[in-house]
Design a protein around this ligand. Sequence first.
Ligand code: HEM
Length: 156
Amino acid sequence: MQSWAAAIEALPLARSLSASIWLYPLVNAGHVLGIALLLGAVVPLDLRLLGAWRAQPLLPLWTVLGQTAAAGLGLAMACGALLFVTRATEYLASPLFVAKMVCLTVGIGNAAWLRLKSGDSPCWHAQPPLHARMAAVVSLVAWLATMVLGRWIGYR
Ligand code: HEM
């Protein structure tokens, strides 16, 4: 695993990212923008599923915030992968990074499960069913933990 990580670090892309004084900060800014879109969409959607803003129709929030979260996640993952290749060996040996990847996997699996079970247009009214409320709790914990662990890696 470590030799595989060392080979990734030696790629020209990884070397250019590490060497450039503007490329790495730009990719990092893309990562932060993706995180902002993801959490900025997931938190209000999950709170709505848990009973906040009950007077607001759920379907438009489900569609708009779901797509915003997916776009944010895609951007965070693409930029995160670029940040990863610059110091792959170090990150793979970090328990904080591994824990972050576990939380990320839980967040993605939970969101995919809820979307598959509910479809594009769930016909829930004021109170979503128990499974959707449970998925909202898992989602809040998984995504907030991913964010905290991601920030923590910088202070290890
Ligand atoms: C494939 C997915 C991802 C990968 C490979 C990845 C990788 C990374 C890497 C390598 C760093 C730099 C760590 C450092 O040395 O300080 C980082 C920073 C960070 N990541 Fe991720 N990340 C991913 C997704 C996410 C997601 C989904 C979130 C949030 C929910 C997140 C939150 C953060 C945060 C808050 C930082 C610190 C940013 C800063 O303060 O500049 N990451 N990530």
